[in-house]
Ligand binder design. Structure first.
Ligand code: HEM
Length: 271
């Protein structure tokens, strides 16, 4: 009898110890998530400030058709803030706020990406209209091809995301299959966006003085740092939303490159 009581006391002490350990782990994970959130924000704000500094110091600010050169200013500004800063924020939102309901996160994710896409669309319109006014040809540079590719894929991905994950009529098995492709393709579009921004900087840097070139080089370096940081957050399985299963797998079997070789329900979309 005494022996059994002693065992139950040991068991409950062990249980309490495990609960305290779990709480400690949860607290440290939530601190590291907040750290990621602030790194993401600081990088995005820094990119926006560097771009605006360039525009106001070296491009004389913004205007519309009265001065095509200043109309161009809308293009890099809205591309960097929309297609890099907002896009990156939309990418990592599920990993940073795991305590939020997945449905709420989906709506925020969709809204941020809609704003990013609208800003990208306006930035594209600004440069096309500027080039029309100046009588220049379109889509001559590698930058413009990569940029159009990134924007086109972004639009297709956004519509596909809404149809698959927000409109609840899509079958769960299809959603389970599509989510890992959605993440993979989203990451690829973000890479393309940053490549577009860096090649855009390269095209603009040739015309400026040393100070302007230095500023644009710093902007380019921070664009690459932002890309690497957000890809790291995206790739780290432990940052995934808790309603996703504990292990992360690519959407195909890495040895055979065969999507069929991965079990259908390896990723449950809980909502
Ligand atoms: C995600 C970011 C970006 C995308 C998707 C993008 C996309 C595009 C596209 C599609 C064009 C072609 C317009 C035409 O030919 O009518 C273009 C032109 C241009 N963009 Fe960007 N852009 C981005 C960022 C930037 C940035 C950050 C800069 C400069 C700092 C820049 C500088 C230019 C310049 C100078 C042109 C006109 C000359 C050319 O076609 O290369 N872009 N951009």
């Amino acid at each position: 009898m005494r022996h059994r009581m002693k065992r139950s006391t040991v068991d409950s002490a062990k249980h309490n110890y495990e609960i305290v350990e779990q709480q400690k782990q949860r607290a440290s994970r939530s601190m590291s998530r907040m750290f990621l959130f602030w790194v993401s924000q600081v990088l995005g704000i820094l990119l926006s400030v560097l771009t605006l500094t360039w525009i106001f110091k070296h491009k004389n600010g913004f205007t519309w058709s009265s001065d095509p050169k200043r109309q161009f200013s809308w293009h890099p500004t809205f591309m960097v803030i929309g297609m890099v800063y907002l896009f990156s924020h939309g990418i990592v939102i599920f990993r940073i706020f795991p305590e939020m309901k997945k449905w709420t996160l989906k709506l925020i994710h969709m809204g941020i990406n809609l704003t990013a896409g609208a800003m990208g669309g306006f930035a594209l319109y600004a440069v096309i209209d500027e080039r029309n006014t100046a009588g220049k040809d379109h889509f001559q540079s590698l930058h413009s091809w990569i940029g159009v590719g990134a924007l086109g894929l972004f639009a297709v991905q956004w519509v596909g995301g809404v149809l698959l994950f927000l409109i609840p009529c899509s079958p769960k098995s299809l959603r389970s299959r599509a989510i890992s492709w959605h993440i993979l393709i989203g990451g690829a579009i973000f890479i393309l966006s940053v490549i577009a921004a860096v090649t855009g900087i390269k095209n603009s840097a040739g015309k400026g003085d040393t100070e302007e070139k230095t500023l644009l080089n710093v902007l380019g370096i921070f664009l690459i740092i932002s890309l690497l940081f957000h890809l790291y957050v995206l790739a780290k399985a432990s940052y995934r939303h808790p309603s996703s299963p504990p292990t992360s797998r690519p959407p195909f079997n890495v040895r055979t490159l065969d999507p069929e070789a991965v079990p259908l329900k390896f990723w449950e979309d809980s909502d």
